[in-house]
Design a protein around this ligand. Structure first.
Ligand code: SAH
Length: 257
């Protein structure tokens, strides 16, 4: 091959590569801009959140953006925007969208807040919190779930969430005090360490109840050292394990004993 033929060869190669890039680009953009779950997510916000009384615009906005389907196992993805909990492995569940919204709204979060979550699960609730507040600390007692959720949140670009494997019953002393605490597993009493780690004026929310199937969403406010308790909706959460199963606090004494 002489020099000019080789040069022509080179030119045509450049031309063909450029053509390939140009023809691929628009279709890539189309794929990237098209979210097959966008419609379902919009319907979830309208029907199951706004339609059921959620008013916090920040919560509505955030839940309208976060790709909830990426927090559930593949076979569950089609059902990710339906208003019920879904299995996430290890016998645990991701809470239904309405309950995630209700609990997030009840904490009356501010952008400057530092929040502790007990029960990372899939990491979805942590992501919702992370979009609203400054810092989120989340503890998960099942190692595989803690690892998966931590990795997922990192890959999705959340820099203000820290996930730790451990028993949330003891809270996260090194990071305390918190402006708000959310417990996403059911307990029959409020873990005392969490009350200690809550800031004065702070709020804590948990599914409080003595049975495995029914609890009452309960908000506790710490005011001048005292606890103000407000009961909300009936809910059904998976139980809080670890220390929560042992430290059942004071049992009411029966008369005559
Ligand atoms: N917030 C989660 C769902 C919570 S399911 C989400 O958005 O997907 C409840 C989770 O609490 C389960 O993953 C369970 O393993 C965890 N859990 C139960 N007891 C716990 C404890 N003592 N400390 C930390 N996590 C606990």
């Amino acid at each position: 091959m002489n020099r000019s033929v080789r040069f022509l060869h080179f030119l045509s190669l450049i031309f063909l590569s450029a053509l390939a890039v140009v023809s691929v680009l628009p279709s890539f953009r189309l794929v990237a801009g098209e979210d097959p779950h966008a419609e379902k997510r919009k319907a979830m916000v309208e029907r199951d959140l706004k339609g059921r009384g959620i008013k916090d615009t920040k919560v509505l906005d955030v839940m309208g953006r976060i790709p909830r389907h990426l927090f559930v196992p593949g076979p569950q993805r089609e059902k990710a925007y339906a208003d019920h909990p879904l299995p996430i492995g290890e016998g645990q569940t991701i809470s239904q969208p309405y309950v995630v919204a209700l609990m997030s709204e009840a904490l009356r979060l501010k952008p400057s807040d530092r929040v502790l979550e007990i029960g990372t699960g899939s990491g979805y609730q942590a992501a919702v919190l992370a979009e609203i507040v400054r810092e989120v600390y989340s503890i998960e007692i099942i190692k595989s779930l803690a690892e998966t959720a931590g990795k997922r949140l990192k890959e999705m670009g959340y820099r203000n969430v820290e996930v730790r494997f451990g028993d949330g019953y003891a809270g996260w002393e090194e990071k305390a005090p918190f402006d708000a605490i959310m417990i996403t597993a059911a307990a029959n009493h409020i873990p005392p360490a969490l009350i200690t780690q809550l800031k004065e004026g702070g709020r804590l929310i948990l599914p409080l109840g003595s049975t495995a199937f029914h609890q009452t969403l309960t908000v506790v406010r710490k005011e001048k050292g005292e606890l103000k308790v407000e009961q909300m909706d009936p809910v059904a959460f998976v139980p809080m394990t670890g220390g929560a199963e042992k430290g059942t606090g004071e049992k009411p004494r029966q008369k005559g004993k």
